[in-house]
Design a protein around this ligand. Sequence first.
Ligand code: SF4
Length: 365
Amino acid sequence: MNKKVKIIPIFVPHAGCPNKCVFCNQRRITGRKDDKIDGVYVRNRVEKYIKTIDKDTYVEVAFFGGSFTAIDPQIQKDLLMAARLYKDSGIIKRIRCSTRPDAINEEILRLQKEYGMDIIELGIQSLDDDVLIKSNRGHNKSQSLSASRLIKEHGFILGHQIMPGLPGSTREKDLKTCLESIEMKPDMVRIYPTLVIKDTDLYDMYLEGSYKPLTLEEAIELSAYIYSLYRINDINVIRIGLQNTESVNENEDVIAGPFHPAFRQLVEDRIFLFALKSQLSKLNMEDILEGIVIHAPQELMSNLAGQKRNNVNKLKEIFSIKDISFKMKNNDIIDIYGKNKKLCSFSNKDVFQNYLTMQSEDLCI
Ligand code: SF4
């Protein structure tokens, strides 16, 4: 899909949630304080948004921030009918929601189908039962497996949300969660490394010392590995890290944990740095010392160069290269040129495979 996609978020903070997960405070994360959400609210939101959206944009309505499919069915119908009117008239193209694995069954899915739901994002968070208990999720791994299967069987697009760094988790458990998620073949994934948000049980656990969040560096490395695993399996990773909002930033509601306003870029930069390092280390040093030109598609340029040209500076230092410049090209293959000749080529997919191989060999920069 080449069109610009715009999601109209309808936040339903904690609606339908049967318990309070230790890390979650949706009112702080979404910035929404009032609870009154109904069909009129949905219509007002959509009307307001569509005035600001270009005509050829692919628009979706998304019910986020709660357990949508666990809300009272009458309220779900009211909300969905409001969104459905815009879908039937072609103004919006898809309706999506996020929900819990234990809020999925045949009857619930029939209602979603009847009222036009297209994408169901499951907060599986971890597939380790001990981690789920310590996070007070209130569901277990087998419910995540069965909900994912049912969602796909009923013809919905399946999303998974996973949270590395939850209480009781380890790198191995987080990687196992990722691999088991891949086996369920989600169509899209969000990776949210765990943050300590104000007014949550995790905040208390952090204060009393029973929870230690991932450092930013640990979260970048782990997310890069998980992201690469999804990418080599052709699974679309639609978000890495919580979105920076008025309240989700380090000085407001995020008390601790690996928050960075450009977290995804840090993760992607790291993966591309490894790819370039790996390619350059295979080359003859005399061919690169005077300078190299990297030919790549425009969308990869900033990842190759890194934030504030971090990757460029590191590579210059590691390999003593005088100059690294970039040239735009149209296909997906990345070429590295020396003074007068092409030195090597690699594909976007090679970049992710390379990261997994290098990390498995425990090479570090
Ligand atoms: S993580 Fe999801 S299920 Fe848990 S309290 Fe937050 S919105 Fe509800």
